[in-house]
Write a protein that binds this ligand. Structure first.
Ligand code: NAD
Ligand code: MG
Length: 388
């Protein structure tokens, strides 16, 4: 039996992972499930999957979790230290699906145990790509991409030599505001930004899709994961979300990965890798779909893409600053303190005002977390100044 853990089990990726694992209960021995506020879901899944431990990130909810688990053999734990401890429990395969930089420390612990880390938490690579990769290498642990674009690239590269790769194209649906008049964006509501045309995802990544901050993170994720230069990575707007990525080779060939917009494909590929197993996803009928369309991304509509390119140029800990400023600006938009276009303005301002000393510090977990905290404070200050 394979020992598996799921960090962020109550979220959209976590629930899709559980959907696949629960179909084969005899194949998996579930070690840890983690969540935060949705105690009922966490406890229900932990009992159903007979997990060793269920962890909530929210320390104040420990009693609720204990009550929800009473009568079962599942251990209850809460708080940041418990999350990290869960990451340190030996597992063979770990799904990293906490949203945001909070996923970094538990993921590093899993790698230190030599586990295969299925990485949905792209923020880890954006904040600390070299640290993640060097930790995986030092502990002979494998990192598998779960983001749909990166899983697609990974699959298109099977049997290929990276030296023959000229470019990587990641596609973007364009999100909720792809066709909105630019002057309407300042009036976009939270509900409008939280609805995605093709994918059913958590609220934060859905809003990040509308702003293209999600694609901005993915540009950096691509560079870190595949070790290519920023100028080799292109973003292509593809409203149908059927082609997830393409790899361009030095003989002019483009290998495209086509599949339904269902994260269980990328999750299942990482779960079954290096094999393929049947997955419960739709089989596409391309004749019925008829046509697929593409357009160039508009950097006026989506300034996040330009910011990501600046971050790739700058290197060091600028990814951690970028991500933390983005998370704080997103909190500001969700709370109604800034409007939709202001998110990119806040991130731009934080990047410009960051002390180079923070960005050039060595990439240790402590320095990444310090840069993260500093950027969150700077972003909160910028948001407050704008309000005042
Ligand atoms: P979600 O909001 O649906 O779920 C997030 C999970 O993280 C929940 O289990 C929540 O309890 C937990 N969590 C939230 N804050 C936490 C904290 N501070 N500490 C510990 N746990 C915390 O998010 P999601 O859409 O499932 O996305 C998860 C990750 O996967 C993100 O990094 C996202 O970018 C990435 N991703 C998601 C999709 C998708 O289709 N949803 C696709 C590609 C990549
Ligand atoms: Mg993606």
């Amino acid at each position: 039996m394979r020992r598996v853990s799921i960090f962020g089990a109550t979220g959209s990726i976590g629930q899709n992972t559980i959907d696949l694992i629960a179909r084969e209960p005899d194949a998996y021995d579930v070690v840890a499930l983690t969540g935060s506020s949705n105690i009922k879901q966490l406890a229900q899944d932990a009992i159903r999957l007979r997990a060793d431990v269920a962890v909530t990130a929210d320390e104040a909810r420990l009693d609720d979790l204990r009550a929800a688990l009473s009568g079962s053999d599942v251990e209850a734990a809460a708080g940041q230290a418990a999350l990290t401890e869960a990451g340190c429990r030996p597992s063979d395969w770990v799904m990293s699906a906490i949203v945001g930089a909070a996923g970094l420390a538990p993921g590093l612990c899993a790698l230190e145990q030599g586990a295969t880390l299925a990485l949905a938490n792209k923020e880890s690579l954006v904040c600390a790509g070299q640290l993640i990769l060097s930790t995986a290498k030092a502990h002979d642990a494998r990192l598998l991409p779960v983001d749909s674009e990166h899983s697609a690239v990974f699959q298109a590269l099977v049997g290929e030599d990276m030296s023959a790769v000229e470019r990587i194209i990641i596609t973007a649906s364009g999100g909720a505001f792809r066709d909105w008049p630019l002057d309407k964006l300042a009036k976009a509501t939270l509900a409008e930004a939280s609805s995605h045309p093709n994918w059913d995802m958590g609220q934060r990544i859905t809003i990040d899709s509308a702003s293209m901050f999600n694609k901005a993170l993915e540009l950096i994720e691509t560079r870190e994961y595949f070790g290519v230069r920023g100028d080799q990575i292109e973003v292509l707007v593809h409203p149908e979300s059927m082609i997830h990525a393409m790899v361009g080779f030095n003989d002019g060939a483009l290998m495209a990965h086509v599949g339904p917009p269902d994260m269980r494909h990328a999750i299942g590929y990482a779960l079954n890798w290096p094999d393929r197993q049947p997955l419960p996803v739709e089989r596409l009928d391309l004749a019925q779909i008829g046509s697929l369309t593409f357009r160039a991304p508009d950097e006026v509509r989506w300034p996040a893409l330009r910011l990501a390119r600046e971050v790739m140029e700058r290197g060091g800990l600028s990814g951690a600053v970028f991500n933390a400023a983005k998370e704080t600006a997103l909190d500001g938009f969700i709370a109604g303190n800034i409007n939709f276009p202001a998110m990119a303005e806040v991130v731009d301002e934080v990047l410009n005002c960051t002390d180079p000393g923070h960005i050039d510090a060595p990439m240790t977990l402590d320095n990444v977390l310090t840069a993260d905290q500093m950027a969150r404070q700077a972003a909160r200050d910028v948001i407050e100044q704008r309000a005042g």
